[in-house]
Design a protein around this ligand. Structure first.
Ligand SMILES: Nc1ncnc2c1ncn2[C@@H]1O[C@H](COP(=O)(O)OP(=O)(O)OP(=O)(O)O)[C@@H](O)[C@H]1O
Length: 770
């Protein structure tokens, strides 16, 4: 092994790889003998590894890697590199393997998954989207087959039967959201046979930082149909006429919008001289706030797109459209009113789960990604995971230029377009990373105006994007892409067939340009990592302006620089300012993650109590026993009429209904409580303590209350002529459809917060006049 690689094996703060690397020689030594085996003999060798429990001892680890390597060579015509085997061993030990782009994480992950599966564990390989789940499962299927391991995948379209069958395989590939929603839906079943997800064993997470850190800020929420909200066209129309900064102000981080005093006056006047803060009519203010939030904070083509007459959300951390996802409460309808499309059904939150709770269900967790070290502390804090930095198979020779800073956005764009024209003239392929869909389209238009034709990727279709990005290394190609569009797909120099590779290598390989730095350096690195795979030549550079949101919102001061004629700022302290702004932004994101987690910890405890109780009702007849105890006469009568089994069934359904109903209401209470907490924050009390102080007593008596309601319903239940009890006649109904929500830490500025803003304003002016 090269000296440079050896030096990398003992990176501070990361898992020590030396114990693994010591086994590489022994693994290689097994090769000649294994090559002589027939296919079925090789499968038998793999099966022999199943004669012991986890963890693998050193001898078995050598055998597993050697057998796995030989199986991959035969099944995929790819002989795993030593560094990939280091990755496999780190995964089997429950670590996050940091492996750069193009190092072959898919194969390393599959070998580790097979290793777990051979020892009798059920493995869930979690991907960021359905396309990758399916692609990887199908791609690795021949390898699994040689190793005698059953593999399957799940997608959004999978039916419950298909899901059940897929989860029954040894290794199941699924996107995190599909898994999350399956878990949530399983918690609502009224018959055990309807469950799809088995007990969790091993989670192997692809793109681990995106899933565990980026997606963890947004809980997965399952909602059920309730009544339909009316489109509030009047409000949508009214807020459209308001003027930014005169009638409303947006917080620096773009999460809240508030009416100014002038705005309040204008709205009150428009509505015929009403008082928005009238104690007797509190219904108008929330409507104004919703419409304002929809109008100002949610931007078309950034947060959502309008397609086929529907508002479809873009998942920000993933830059793609989410089917069946909505905003909570009236916000969805407010956006629909803003866009003048038909209002869709609204719903109420049935239950939610954070990515963290989802992943922590698994006794063993591991994963891989190109960028883990930057979030090593978070992975440790939230998931008890350590990072193993796997050296590249071939040294990285990409040239990273860093940041070019400009005074204005316009100057930044001019400079980038000029650079694109210059580089493109040589035929060198260019990949430009933008912040969002709208920016991609504007930039593409600008490039086209300058005679530079490009392909745009934006949150449309994963499979299609994979095909496009695969060609981004073609001679003369210009590709514009949002941050993670088309991820997980290799960019080969000279096109996907590498026909033109030599010519592109001569030009310096792929040239990656960032149109602005991202909210975290990790995301910058992900973009950069698109170039320079497997020792390929390549380069990267970021164009930034002082007006970029990242800098404008997070830098302590944005004045006092000296720019050159074209707007370029070369003062090193200003370049440092950009890094600083990014660190501030990273800190904010971490705080959001921490908050999501903190608030959810208590909710998780309460949910645990409900779920345990629910389980006993579902599987052990607890509801029937309780109702028999609470309503003995009615119970006996009904048994007489329809028999014990049917009464037990009805008792189960009635009890589950009231447990679930109660939990839904409690969820709504907690959400409201959390919003209101900000008011008390003014009193310098810790909002989380305040939250817990109220959430705990509110839960007290939860189970007793559900039980009492179940008894009330049970007393009303009647036996029908067909010998069954029709529970729907006594109001026991399940939501007719469910869908998933996208929630933000702070969905929208509530009426309460606007009141706070007003109180603060009053106090402020009071002081100045005193
Ligand atoms: N041992 C190997 N020998 C030859 N080719 C390999 C080997 N391992 C992986 N590859 C090839 O390398 C390419 C990159 O693999 P893969 O997509 O798994 O990389 P990755 O690390 O997941 O990259 P990304 O960060 O883009 O997801 C694939 O075309 C794969 O077939």
């Amino acid at each position: 092994m090269a000296e440079s690689v050896r030096r990398l094996l003992g990176r501070p703060g990361a898992v020590d790889l030396r114990p693994y690397s010591k086994l590489l020689e022994a693994i290689e030594a097994r090769e000649p003998e294994l090559r002589e085996l027939s296919d079925s003999e090789l499968t038998e060798k793999a099966a022999e590894l199943g004669n012991a429990e986890l963890p693998y001892d050193r001898g078995d680890l050598v055998e597993l890697c050697a057998v796995g390597r030989e199986a991959a060579r035969r099944a995929l015509d790819e002989r795993p590199y030593d560094v990939q085997l280091l990755g496999v061993m780190a995964l089997l030990d429950g670590h996050i393997a940091e492996m750069a782009t193009g190092e072959g994480k898919t194969l390393a992950g599959a070998l580790a998954a097979a290793g777990f599966a051979l020892r009798g564990q059920r493995v869930h390989v979690l991907s960021v989207n359905d396309y990758l789940a399916r692609r990887d499962a199908e791609w690795m299927a021949p390898l699994y087959e040689r190793l005698g391991v059953a593999v399957a995948w799940i997608s959004e379209e999978s039916t419950p039967e298909q899901r059940r069958a897929a989860y029954a395989a040894d290794v199941t590939y699924a996107s995190v959201s599909e898994l999350g929603f399956d878990v949530l839906r399983d918690r609502m079943v009224t018959d055990i046979a309807d469950r799809v997800v088995p007990e969790p064993n091993i989670a192997l997470i692809d793109e681990a930082d995106s899933v565990l850190v980026d997606e963890a800020r947004v809980p997965l929420v399952l909602a059920g149909a309730a009544e339909t909200t009316e489109a509030d066209l009047e409000m949508a129309d009214l807020v459209r006429r308001l003027t930014p900064r005169v009638h409303y102000e947006v917080d620096v981080d773009g999460r809240n919008v508030q009416l100014t005093d002038a705005g309040i006056d204008a709205v009150e006047k428009e509505l015929g001289g009403i008082d928005l803060y009238d104690e007797h009519d509190t219904s108008v203010l929330p409507r104004v706030n919703l419409a304002l939030h929809a109008h100002v904070l949610l931007q078309r083509d950034v947060h959502y797109v309008v397609r086929d007459g529907e508002v479809r959300l873009i998942n920000e951390s993933r830059g793609r459209i989410a089917l069946l996802q909505r905003w909570p409460d009236g916000l969805q309808a407010a956006v629909e009113a803003k866009e003048k499309v038909a209002v869709s059904e609204t719903g109420e939150v049935l239950d939610s789960i954070t990515v963290q709770s989802l992943v922590l269900r698994y006794p063993t967790r591991c994963g891989m990604t190109g960028t883990a070290m930057a979030v090593a502390e978070q992975l440790r804090e939230f998931y008890e995971l350590e990072v193993a930095v796997i050296p590249p198979n071939k040294p990285n020779v990409r040239e990273d230029e860093g940041t070019r800073l400009y005074a204005t956005r316009e100057e930044k764009e001019d400079a980038l377009v000029e650079e694109v024209a210059e580089v493109h003239a040589t035929g060198r392929p260019i990949l430009i990373g933008t912040q969002d869909v709208a920016e991609s389209e504007l930039l593409a238009k600008r490039l086209a105006d300058d005679g530079l034709e490009c392909v745009v990727l934006n949150a449309k279709n994963d499979a299609e994007e994979a095909g496009i990005i695969a060609e981004a290394g073609t001679h003369g190609a210009i590709t514009v892409s949002t941050q993670m569009a088309g991820r997980g797909t290799d960019i080969r120099l000279g096109g996907s067939d590498m026909a033109d590779r030599d010519r592109v290598v001569d030009k310096g390989g792929l040239y990656v340009m960032g149109f602005g730095r991202y909210p975290s350096s990790r995301l910058d690195d992900q973009l950069r990592g698109r170039a320079g795979r497997q020792g390929d030549p390549g380069a990267s550079v970021f164009f930034v302006s002082v007006e970029d949101d990242l800098v404008a919102n997070n830098a302590p001061q944005t004045r006092g620089y000296e720019a050159e004629g074209d707007g370029a700022i070369t003062d090193p302290s200003w370049l440092e300012m950009v890094d600083h702004a990014q660190r501030v932004s990273e800190g904010n994101l971490l705080e959001v993650h921490r908050n999501t987690w903190r608030y959810n910890q208590l909710i998780d405890v309460q949910r645990g109590v409900v779920l345990e109780h629910r389980e006993a009702v579902l599987t052990d007849g607890l509801g029937d026993r309780q109702l028999k105890h609470d309503c003995p006469e009615r119970h006996a009568e009904l048994v007489e009429e329809v028999g014990e089994e049917e009464v037990a069934r009805a008792a189960r359904l009635i009890t589950l209904y009231h447990l679930d109903r109660g939990w839904t209401d409690h969820n709504a209470f907690l959400a409201e409580l959390r919003e209101g907490i900000h008011l008390r924050f003014l009193g310098r009390r810790d909002p989380l303590d305040e939250f817990n102080r109220d959430a705990v007593p509110a839960f007290k008596g939860f189970l007793d209350e559900a039980r009492a309601r179940a008894a009330e319903t049970f007393l009303e239940a009647e036996a029908g002529e067909d010998g069954t009890i029709d529970v729907s006649a006594v109001g026991v109904k399940r939501p007719s459809m469910t869908w998933t929500y996208m929630v933000h830490d702070h969905p929208f500025s509530s009426a309460l917060e606007t009141v706070v803003g007003r109180i603060k304003g009053t106090v402020g002016s009071g002081e100045s006049t005193a």
